[in-house]
Design a protein. Structure first.
Length: 369
């Protein structure tokens, strides 16, 4: 649907909350003056939704991914497009997309491969409406591509497609315009990663497509696929997350599974560099899981067996630790960020090298780089 673009003066409003621009080893509250319901962590930027459906972003802004109308990085959270209310947001590599209250799709930031879906290849420093017919139910911004689920349950992707991550059944060296996922499947959710994507089709069928040199599609092979393929094991999933070079999911029994690049034990604590099929993350039941560049975090179900309000556990590379020669990170399995007991996490977002949670008290905590 067509809509008028907002004027720049009404698009930006600072919250005046100073965020520390350095490594944060343990979670620190970054948004405590308002109540927040969702957060999304990208490569080097973060966005969050307030309880009244306003959107704020902060972090790197070299390609306009904060939507502030300029390219200046922000260490303070800044409201974006204040004339619009939002239902969902996804922070990608250097672009961001969000679903508006009327289920329209807004995108901004890097656009050299058409990842904004507006029919151009020009970077956009303020949000623009994607040239894709809605309404939309889900959106995921990847490294250089974007995937959505329309209200009709049709999955679509666009942008970079050198490894088939758009899922249209073809490979292209440049960007590709919005294209339906091949196979005429009905999707519930999608997740766009580095050079691959994943999604959950109706009935809980787990599917992935795109680059597979590290086993990130979970098919038991290392063969790329430009069309969605079923994750090995055919177990029903309710959550699937595509990272840079590995993937994770949660099945209908709240069990966690991961597969792909395991160079830093981001999949499982075993001496294998690649796991091409899902490996169970045995232990506590999970309510959510997130994958970053070389690490993974999960939100555990609490002792009352409620799908929210649990603890956070992470594994893989911890960026603040280096080997004796100072050149390589040391991987740790099962380390947990120390989140205050008064800040029970109910939502989790994992970016390339940082992560955030929304607490039960509707505060946002972040840690990492």
């Amino acid at each position: 649907m067509n809509r008028a673009r907002p004027s720049l003066p009404s698009a930006v409003s600072s919250l005046g909350l100073l965020l520390v621009a350095c490594d944060v080893i343990e979670p620190a509250v970054v948004l405590d003056t308002l109540e927040w319901v969702a957060v999304s962590a990208g490569r080097e930027h973060t966005c969050a939704l307030s309880v009244d459906a306003r959107l704020a972003c902060w972090g790197a802004n070299d390609r306009g991914q904060l939507g502030t109308g300029d390219s200046a990085d922000r260490s303070d959270a800044t409201f974006v497009l204040t004339s619009v209310r939002f239902l969902a947001v996804s922070s990608g590599g250097r672009h961001t997309c969000a679903i508006g209250l009327e289920r329209e799709l807004w995108c901004w930031g890097a656009n050299d491969l058409g990842q904004l879906g507006d029919g151009t290849s020009w970077d956009r420093r303020i949000p623009v409406l994607a040239n894709v017919q809605g309404p939309f139910g889900d959106v995921s911004a990847g490294a250089e591509h974007t995937c959505v689920v329309r209200a009709s349950a049709e999955g679509m992707c666009w942008g970079a497609n050198q490894a088939g991550q758009v899922g249209s059944g073809v490979l292209t060296h440049g960007g590709i315009p919005p294209s339906p996922l091949r196979g005429a499947l009905s999707f519930a959710v999608v997740s766009a990663g580095g050079t691959h994507s994943c999604g959950v089709a109706n009935g809980g069928v787990g599917l992935c497509w795109g680059g597979n040199q590290t086993g990130s599609l979970g098919t038991g092979t290392l063969i790329d696929s430009s069309s969605p393929v079923i994750v090995w094991g055919e177990r029903p999933f309710r959550v699937l997350r595509a990272g840079d070079t590995h993937s994770c999911g949660i099945d209908d029994q709240a069990r966690g599974w991961c597969w792909g690049n395991n160079q830093f034990a981001q999949v499982v604590s075993a001496s294998v560099s690649i796991t091409g099929s899902p490996v169970s993350r045995s232990g506590a039941a999970l309510s959510d899981i997130g994958v970053g560049e070389h690490w993974t975090c999960a939100l555990l179900i609490d002792r009352l067996d409620v799908i929210a309000g649990g603890d956070v556990r992470c594994w893989g590379v911890r960026w603040d630790r280096t080997a004796a020669d100072g050149s390589h990170p040391v991987s740790r399995d099962g380390w947990a960020p120390e989140i205050a007991s008064a800040s029970t996490p109910v939502a989790l977002a994992v970016g390339a090298r940082h992560a955030c949670i929304v607490s039960e008290a509707m505060r946002v905590f972040c840690w990492g780089q």
